[in-house]
Ligand binder design. Sequence first.
Ligand SMILES: [Zn+2]
Length: 346
Amino acid sequence: MTDRPIPTTGRSRRRFDAPETTPEDHWRAIVLFGRNVASYKFALGKSLIELAVEAKTEVNLEELAIPFSRHVAEHLQSADKQATSATSRYLDACRAFNRGEIPQDQLIDRTVELGFTNVIDAFHIVNGAPTPTTFFTDERRSGGGIRLTDALLQTVIGGQAVNLPMEIESRWRLVETAWELNLPKHLVSVQYEPEAQGLVVEDSRQRRRSVTGARGALSGYQDGACFYCGGAVDASMAVGVDVDHFLPWSLGSLGFPYNLDGVWNLVLACPTCNRGEGGKSARIPTLRYLESLHDRNEYLIGSHHPLRETLMLQTGLTEPLRASFLRGAYADAARLLIHTWEPPPQ
Ligand SMILES: [Zn+2]
């Protein structure tokens, strides 16, 4: 079992119930909470989604190598560091392909030979143990490749089908950017850029680099649901979900002394909750949502480099300090804005 923190939306009030986790939860645990020494898990995850959507079940290593190598080669073009180790024969082969020095069939051969060494074994491992759901079985010992499971198929065509591919892409971008920056971990800070609705980081010369869309980066930590009402959202489209400042952005013009664009203050909300009639607009949510925000932020802390470090830098090194930070910010916001808001009952 994974020991990840409790999700925050809809189902979050199950703190003392027996946790009923779903295959979607296990998929997200793999994508969001595993430790990474290379980005191959993300390439494999994206490949699994594509192959399952094509209704494949038995996949030999050559077939798997096609999407896998395409994803790694594409990501190398925007971020040359795809592993924590200094050298990698496999990444060198992908770079040679990108430079036009080797053809695709040779890249496929190199992928079969070098690309899957650890990732097929390690894919399902989260917090030191395999997830309860198996998304593929390894048939390499009997001369095969991998066999995709029904659980994978159901997960990638299920209710969260639109969100899972972008969640994996966003997580990949966050990890590779953190590696590329090469800053001490405690100095990596992810911020929100409202105009582009994207996340940015500052490099060692304080230049801002865009990383990924905020919707894809936050969706997995809210189970693809609205933070306030728990209704499913479509994070793949800007019209399907809003990036909401929990403590309203308008506080900035009132001299509010906190960084409102920090990841700690960003949640995804359905358009009805955020801007519909009776929507939140520039009000602060009632206190119980502050608790949900704290839970959500602790959930982000479970995600390693760079969101963990970002949350610690922005709100405190320990859980009590982070709770006290939120209490302080909330109290100051309440003094300025007075009115609180709750989503209308559904
Ligand atoms: Zn909502």
